[in-house]
Design a protein around this ligand. Structure first.
Ligand code: ADP
Ligand code: ZN
Ligand code: ZN
Length: 798
């Protein structure tokens, strides 16, 4: 056992997996620590977490005031080689029961079952696992009775599974049972199935065919226990199969472009290499417009790390990009590249993780959590599109992947390389302040121009046409032009559904979600009103739920409506839509993108999903509908987010040989975020925004934390937030500003009432200390842990 090893420890009457954080040679003082328990089992021949990751984990726990256990859990690979099982042994009372049953004359059926079970354990002479007892007739029920009467004792143990085989599960039925053709099924064969069982049936028999058990559990959203029970009842059959052999992730026949670096690119790379040679911590900010060839610089830095016998990590903001950049890396660097992201199955992810841990893979491409990839001796840690909000984890531990990447580079004395066309305010500020080194790619490769952006003033449009249409006449004409010359258009709208607001004209009430304080959105195809926050849905009412009037109106076009309008306006055009309703799976997503790339689509409508990364060569028009919808949000990052989105989506036009054009529709044409995005003027935007942040004491000029207090009972939420506010009040004299408590912008979510406090501290250490003290205070006052969410460096204030 070493530091960083996973161990199984007793916890109550369960067994749990933990991580050894430190070893001590001395016995603990029995006076001070009673009940020291033995470690049940050490799991790792080599510690899962190497020392550098242990240290990083400790930093994350303290900076984000997160429980260390949660942090280490986020760092560890999925446990596929281990499961917890129950085993049983006889108690004194159990032995007595056995003698009693042995002696009895005629035994009932249940007594026979008990006797069989007790005999089996006695003959074995050691604890027997639950699965063996269950195989006895009536075994499960008998075991439960004996346990209740304390004649058996149960305990949890960890069982190692042979990692080389997996359990495959299939639907077990004859055709007659399915009521198939020819058999007049007298009764519904599914009547006896519960809702969950029915879901399992659909997944196995109709959608996918036989599946590994964990995959089935995930797809059908069913527990392992339920599936195991269905196997025992022979509703399902199962068998073991060897794990799939190393999947061939190479794209056969894919040859990556072989680019000779231009001057800007080589200058940046040379500088990065010189930092690597010092073996000291450096952070570089690679700032280059979309299409300036940043990827090529990343690959050069990775090769430089490998050449120095070091390893490399590339973080990207979304799964689709891991596939794209992963493919590029594999084509260049071969099987030493591992890909890590959350959409991999547990088995695949664990395999990739251990390949990295054992040193077989030396380059990792992955999303946020890959910042914890167990690489040793990294030479460079790259964060592509470092401004992306998806690097922030919105559940505990609420870390920011980019910031953790920089801290990791510091701990490892290596280079952190952050890349972006529109760096976050924080990063560019750090570059200005000299904390980061600025590397710049001045222009698009081969001198391709950025597409000109035209702002369409929707107020003017309305005056001219008296219609509050979604597609302005200018944009409409531009689309028609593309249809005529056979190039493609992308139209971005950032709401999904048909209408995102349902209102009663009579009483003015919006039709709200039952669980959240938000208007329901209308989805025409499904003909339902849906909540985009909690998933609640309901029939479309004929009358207002509040006042019973019949004047229900739908406002605000979403992507579904836009698609419909485009089909009406341009009959014959091939229109596709990309949003969470049309692409629910990775396959569907790739299908749509593939269709666009191969020219099967003329107009692609979509939400933010459209904006990122894709390198479509034949897109010459980008239209942005309602560019301003974010600007009205009560969030100090609203302008920055709008600027990023517009610049990015504009960057999708004219990436190939054909020049592009961009239209941005808005009711606030004079807003600086829109004006400067249209001019693609990052520097002016930065100057303006940074001034505003300085004046109002927002990051990067103060350390900010948000505290959310939530409960189903509004009284609790109010009481606790008052207690917290009173506890924090003395901090004011130390210079920490406490704002609130006030109702959160989303005042109710998933049936919980939400109150918010904001903490602003001039110095980071003050903030960290105040938050740590606050958490111990909450514990002392017995405010439930899940009622208080602390978000350090929050990205959004909801
Ligand atoms: P960015 O990430 O900066 O938006 P990319 O790295 O995606 O840009 O590069 C844009 C395009 O330019 C890609 O198709 C890439 O193959 C090409 N490219 C990159 N560097 C060069 C170069 N030195 N010469 C020619 N083409 C290049
Ligand atoms: Zn009404
Ligand atoms: Zn809701």
């Amino acid at each position: 056992m070493q530091e960083g090893s996973r161990v199984v420890v007793p916890f109550g009457n369960r067994a749990m997996t933990g991580v050894v954080t430190s070893l001590s040679a001395r016995r603990p003082d029995p006076e001070r620590i009673k009940n020291v328990k033995e470690v049940v089992e050490a799991l790792d021949p080599i510690p899962a977490l190497p020392p550098n990751l242990l240290e990083l984990g400790r930093w994350v726990a303290s900076y984000y005031v997160a429980p260390p256990g949660e942090v280490f859990r986020a760092m560890l690979p999925p446990q596929i080689d281990l499961r917890h099982e129950r085993e049983f042994l006889l108690t004194e009372a159990g032995r007595a029961r056995k003698s009693e049953l042995d002696a009895a004359g005629n035994r009932s059926e249940s007594e026979i079952a008990e006797l069989a079970l007790l005999s089996l354990i006695e003959i074995e002479g050691k604890p027997v696992r639950a699965d063996r007892l269950r195989k006895l007739p009536g075994g499960e029920a008998a075991a439960e009775r004996l346990l209740r009467r304390k004649q058996l004792e149960g305990r949890e143990v960890s069982v190692r599974r042979n990692a080389r085989v997996q359990k495959i599960v299939a639907w077990n039925s004859t055709d007659a049972e399915l009521g198939s053709a020819g058999v007049s099924a007298p009764e519904n064969p599914f009547e006896s199935l519960s809702e969950k069982e029915l879901r399992i049936f659909h997944v196995l028999a109709e959608e996918r065919g036989p599946l590994p058990l964990p995959a089935l559990a995930k797809l059908a959203n069913a527990s392992r226990t339920l599936i195991e029970r269905m196997i025992r009842r022979q509703k399902l059959k199962s068998w073991e199969e060897p794990l799939a052999v190393e999947q061939d992730l190479f794209d056969v026949g894919y040859t990556p472009p072989c680019n000779v670096l231009n001057d800007d690119q080589s200058r940046a790379l040379t500088e990065i290499q010189s930092w690597m040679d010092t073996r000291a911590f450096h952070t570089g900010l690679l700032y280059g417009v979309t299409g300036s060839g940043k990827t090529e610089v990343y690959l050069g830095a990775v090769e430089a790390a490998l050449a120095r016998n070091q390893t490399a990590l590339i973080l990207v903001p979304e799964i689709a990009l891991t596939l794209w950049i992963g493919r590029l890396c594999r084509a260049r660097l071969g099987p030493q590249v591992a890909v890590l992201h959350s959409a991999l199955g547990d088995v695949e992810r664990a395999r990739e993780w251990w390949r990295v841990r054992r040193g077989e893979a030396r380059v990792v491409v992955g999303t946020r959590s890959a910042v914890f990839a167990p690489l040793e001796n990294p030479g460079v840690i790259i964060v592509d599109e470092e401004q992306e909000a998806s690097y922030k984890q919105e559940e505990t531990p609420r870390y920011h992947g980019r910031d953790v990447a920089v801290v990791r580079a510091k701990l490892e004395s290596c280079v952190a390389l952050l890349g972006s066309a529109t760096p976050s305010l924080e990063s560019f500020h750090n570059a200005r302040a000299g904390k980061y080194r600025l590397l710049q790619l001045e222009s698009r490769v081969e001198g391709r121009p950025l597409a000109p952006v035209e702002i369409v003033d929707l107020r003017e449009e309305f005056k001219a046409t008296h219609k509050a249409g979604t597609i302005s006449s200018k944009l409409s004409a531009a689309i028609a032009e593309r249809l005529a010359n056979g190039t493609q258009s992308l139209i971005l709208i950032n709401r999904r559904g048909y209408s995102w607001f349902v209102l009663c004209r009579s009483c003015g009430a919006g039709v709200q979600c039952e669980n959240c304080s938000i208007s329901l959105a209308y989805h025409k195809q499904r003909d339902r009103l849906e909540c985009h926050y909690c998933g609640f849905s309901r029939r479309v009412p004929n009358t207002c739920p509040k006042c019973s009037s019949e004047y229900i109106y739908f406002f605000g076009a979403g992507s579904e409506q836009l698609e419909e309008k485009l089909r009406e306006t341009f009959p014959g055009a091939r229109v596709a839509r990309l949003d969470r309703d049309t692409v629910r799976t990775k396959r569907a997503y790739q299908q749509v993108l593939g269709d666009v790339a191969s020219g099967k689509i003329d107009i692609l409508v979509g939400t933010q999903m459209l904006a990122k990364g894709h390198d479509f060569q034949r897109v010459t028009l980008v239209g942005v509908i309602s560019a301003d919808s974010q600007l009205s949000l009560p969030d100090f990052r609203a302008a920055e987010r709008t600027f990023h989105l517009l610049t990015q989506v504009a960057g999708r036009a004219g990436r190939g040989e054909l020049p592009g054009q961009v239209f941005v529709e808005t009711y606030y044409p004079e807003h600086y975020a829109i004006q400067l995005a249209a001019r693609q003027d990052y520097l002016s935007f930065f100057e303006k925004e940074v001034q505003f942040r300085r004046l109002l004491h927002y990051p990067p000029f103060t350390a900010l934390a948000a505290i959310l207090v939530r409960d189903r009972k509004i009284e609790n939420a109010i009481r606790w937030s008052r207690q917290i506010s009173a506890f924090l009040a003395p901090q004011e004299s130390l210079g920490v500003k406490v704002l609130g408590p006030a109702a959160a912008p989303l005042a109710r979510l998933k049936k919980e009432y939400r109150f918010q406090l904001l903490l602003k501290a001039p110095r980071r250490a003050q903030l960290t200390r105040a938050l740590a003290d606050l958490l111990s205070f909450c514990e002392k006052k017995e405010i439930p842990q899940k009622a208080v969410l602390v978000d350090v460096d929050p990205l959004s204030l909801f």
